[in-house]
Design a protein around this ligand. Structure first.
Ligand code: HT7
Ligand code: ZN
Length: 859
């Protein structure tokens, strides 16, 4: 496959100011007539040839300025038309078969309805078009179809006309006044019902809001609707952004490659991020819905009104929009807990990406298949990079920068450079060296060491940015570090400072201490770095108990465990006395967390979570996942046994709190399951009893799922009983059956590999639904089962990739990364992983998506 390079960007030769689309809808055959008004771009290369991208479609006819045109030709998938003048109208008729579209890109059928997914390059599967984000057009859409089959007909913008046709058909016309790139086009036709509401904007306009779902699901849309209204208000207040149409439609579909899509005025969502009620959705599901609804809504400005010049600029809209949704969720709930959760996601998903064969800068330099670049790096590290700018200039000046960005680039296709320049100009800051964050891959490592002499604490900071594929040498980046020094005796600090590390190394001194203070650094996770602060256990215990920055407190707890487990796994802690001392320190810290009356339960729950196995493996150049699993489970079991009574009491206290959506009630549910997790390792019989009690008494999915997760990992006959009861209770509810698959595939049960094999043959399993595939196999790529001795886990994932690739290459390619970690795994497993990658690479007819990921992983 061809490699597309950022440096090769050229302006489009032809612009398309207007697009008129006419769809004659059918599940198995849809006719599309596209009328494109094209105009030669004065800034283009002057070519008389109009090149229109296609993918898997053929033209039935092509006309230019109303007359049939015989001289068009195909160049691979693209259609070429030579045009003599400056402005023309090109009309093209194509046909597609939505029911046969298992890739879920372009126009496809889902549960008897028709819907589209055009980002990044799906529009070219519907009709021929430049299909690049810097070609913006005003869209007029007409669609007609059988009324019984497609009673609801939706597209972007506003409905301008509708009517009845012959033979039970009807039609609708839609007009979107805002110029947009083709990736934001959307069409939905199906038998849907709406939860309707309204929102009054800051300038007093009324916007109609609809969330469209299958009949019967309306009652599960209230949380999503509230999230939408909250997002609309928040964006007005926090970023000065008002909604710009009279209508905002959301449609939920059950077959979807990602979470949701921000099409102008017609967002399309995975049902997973819309449908919720207490009986079927967990607290995490509720948070996910709030975050994704907000994210897609916020794209209306960061992505739609100001879009991307090319796909290398993806982080311009995604990084910024992730930051916006994170800030929104921080404001809606607990700021501290949200920050901790976001850092946990970054460390679990982005750090491994940044240190592996698929590492890329947040603004990549090249790609073969753009779908492979919807990554944690572009999204989550992209958000962290913008968050750092905000930290350095402060929220008020940052807002001036974003106001300038929106004003300056409204209606344009912009670049990451445009964004940084606007922040620079609006906030009055110099971000020259800061720009390296956009260009360099790899997680910077910072070493912090504190010396203390004569009342002066001197902190020496040293940074290195590791080599990554294609980038052997790196330059120092700008690293804003929020820092505080604590007085050991009083437990207080003297206020926080922002230290900005720009050079490879620097020193800062703080005078006036009676005794050596305790260093708290990278508070709030002010920079997305791997920090080695070399802290003594006693200092970590101090910070875990006293730090007034909640993230730093969490981090101290994590570090306490990381240092202990890595000492054991890496072989540095050989003596039993050291091992015991480490465990006891962690035990005391955890006991303090369980009993601290000043902590709310949501935060207590966070502090109780042990660092994950992937994050632990990340600390070592080469890891043995089996040993990491054993040591982590061993520590958990020891803690569970040691703190048995406290954990039982915690569970009992939390069980008395009635269901509700308050922070208090949610916190109670969180610690209830956390207590069970430790008890399951340290006192399995007690855990089994309590889990069964929790399951039977549950009046909500959080408790039910938490209990079942614990039971699924235990070797007790009750495991099968409760799993069967759960399946029976929720038969037919796809989202809950997804949970049933995940709970088993991600369980700690010793026979999980056999369970997954059996589940892949279950009548409810299918390769054609991405949610179902992810529910079984993504959960399974969690380290424990995936790295099972003998390489069975690797074989199963490779088999999945080979089987799924012809059906849905985008989803198949997402499973390559876990195998791609082979260089960081001990030699036996490493060879087995590599062999599976080679087997995939040798598969004839591999998609571009999977080929790119596999070849990079082997390279
Ligand atoms: N902007 C949306 C990206 C997306 C997507 C990309 C490739 C293939 C399918 C897709 N569905 C949605 C999602 C977002 O970040 O808001
Ligand atoms: Zn997005």
């Amino acid at each position: 496959p061809a490699t597309i390079r950022r440096e090769d960007y050229q302006q489009p030769a032809w612009l398309v100011p207007e697009v008129a689309l006419d769809f004659a809808l059918g599940l198995e055959a849809t006719r599309v007539e596209a009328r494109l008004s094209v105009a030669r771009n004065p800034a283009g290369n002057g070519s008389p040839t109009l090149r229109l991208a296609g993918d898997g479609i053929t033209a039935e006819s092509v006309a230019v300025d109303g007359a049939p045109h015989g001289a068009w030709k195909m160049d691979g998938p693209d259609l070429l038309v030579d045009l003599p003048g400056e402005v023309h109208e090109v009309t093209i008729v194509t046909w597609t078969n939505p029911a046969a579209n298992s890739q879920l890109m372009g126009l496809y059928a889902s549960n008897g309805m028709l819907c589209t997914q055009c980002e990044a390059e799906g529009f070219r599967r519907i009709t021929f078009h430049p299909d690049r984000p810097d070609v913006l057009s005003i869209y007029r859409v007409r669609m007609s179809g059988t009324k019984a089959q497609f009673p609801v007909l939706l597209s972007n913008g506003n409905c301008t006309a509708r009517g009845e046709g012959a033979d039970g058909t009807h039609w609708a016309e839609w007009y979107d006044p805002w110029p947009k790139p083709s990736y934001l086009f959307a069409l939905v036709a199906g038998d849907l019902v709406a939860n309707h509401d309204t929102f009054t904007t800051i300038s007093g306009r009324t916007v109609d809001l609809n969330i469209w779902v299958r009949d019967g699901d309306q009652d599960r849309t209230h949380h999503a609707m509230q999230a939408l209204k909250d997002s609309m208000k928040w964006d007005e207040e926090a970023f000065g952004r008002e909604y710009d149409l009279d209508l905002f439609n959301i449609v939920a579909v059950s077959d979807f490659n990602m979470g949701a899509m921000e099409n102008k005025g017609l967002n399309v969502f995975n049902t997973r991020y819309i449908l919720a009620d207490p009986d079927t959705a967990t607290d995490m599901d509720y948070d996910g819905i709030e975050g994704v609804v907000a994210h897609e809504y916020f794209h209306n400005w960061s992505g739609n009104r100001v879009t991307c010049r090319d796909w290398f600029q993806l982080s311009l809209k995604e990084g910024f929009t992730v930051l916006r949704d994170q800030l929104f969720s921080q404001d809606m709930g607990s700021e501290a807990v949200k920050r901790i959760e976001d850092v946990r996601i970054l460390r679990a998903a982005q750090f491994p990406e940044d240190s592996g064969p698929l590492a890329h800068p947040i603004r990549p330099d090249s790609y073969q298949e753009i779908s492979n670049f919807y990554t944690a790096t572009v999204y989550n590290k992209g958000a962290e990079v913008i968050r750092m700018m905000r930290t350095m200039v402060g929220p008020e000046r940052f807002r001036k920068g974003t106001d300038l960005y929106f004003d300056r680039h409204d209606g344009e296709a912009a670049t990451c450079e445009d964004f940084v320049k606007a922040i620079e100009d609006g906030a009055g800051a110099d971000l020259g060296q800061f720009r390296r964050w956009y260009a360099q891959a790899g997680t910077p490592r910072v070493e912090a060491r504190m010396d203390f002499a004569e009342g002066v604490a001197t902190v020496t900071l040293t940074q290195t940015v590791p080599p990554t594929p294609g980038q052997p040498g790196k330059q120092p980046v700008v690293i804003p570090l929020r820092l505080a020094l604590f007085d050991r005796a009083s437990g207080a600090n003297r206020g926080e400072e922002l230290v900005v590390l720009r050079e490879p190394s620097m020193q800062v001194s703080f005078a006036g201490f009676a005794e050596r203070p305790v260093l708290s650094i990278n508070r709030g996770f002010s920079a997305p770095i791997a920090l080695d602060a070399g802290q003594a256990t006693a200092d970590l215990v101090f910070l875990a108990a006293h730090d007034d920055d909640p993230f730093a407190r969490y981090e101290a707890m994590q570090q306490l465990v990381v240092q202990h487990l890595i000492g054991l796994v890496g072989g540095a802690m050989l003596c039993q006395a050291e091992r015991d001392a480490g465990r006891e320190a962690i035990g005391r810290a955890l006991e303090a967390v369980i009993g601290d009356p000043a902590l709310d339960d949501l935060m207590r729950g966070e502090l109780m979570i042990l660092p994950g196995e992937t994050y632990l493996a990340e600390q070592l150049a080469v890891a043995d996942p089996g040993v990491i699993h054993e040591e982590r489970e061993g520590l958990k079991a020891w803690l569970g046994a040691q703190l048995r009574d406290q954990l039982i009491a915690l569970h009992e206290r939390a069980s008395a709190v009635p269901y509700g959506l308050s922070a208090e009630a949610r916190g109670a549910r969180k610690i209830k399951t956390q207590a069970l997790v430790y008890l399951a390792a340290g006192a399995p019989e007690v855990a089994a009893d309590l889990a069964v009690q929790q399951y039977d008494a549950a009046d909500n999915m959080t408790d039910r799922q938490g209990a079942l997760m614990v039971l699924a990992g235990l070797d007790t006959p009750l495991r099968e009983v409760k799993l069967a009861a759960f399946h029976q209770r929720y038969a037919g509810n796809a989202l809950v059956i997804d949970k049933w698959f995940s709970l088993q595939a991600g369980s700690l049960h010793p026979r999980v590999v056999d369970h997954v094999k059996a589940l892949s043959g279950h009548p409810d399993f299918t390769l054609t639904n991405p949610n179902r595939v992810r529910s079984l196999y993504m959960a399974f790529t969690a380290p424990h089962a995936f790295h099972a001795q003998g390489g069975e886990g690797y074989r199963m994932i490779a088999d999945l990739i080979v089987a799924l690739d012809p059906i849905n290459p985008q989803t198949a390619a997402r499973f390559v990364a876990p195998l791609g970690r082979w260089r960081r795994v001990e030699p036996m497993r490493s060879a087995l992983m590599r062999a599976e990658l080679e087997r995939i690479a040798a598969t004839p007819g591999l998609s571009k998506d999977t080929f790119e990921q596999v070849s990079k992983s082997l390279g």
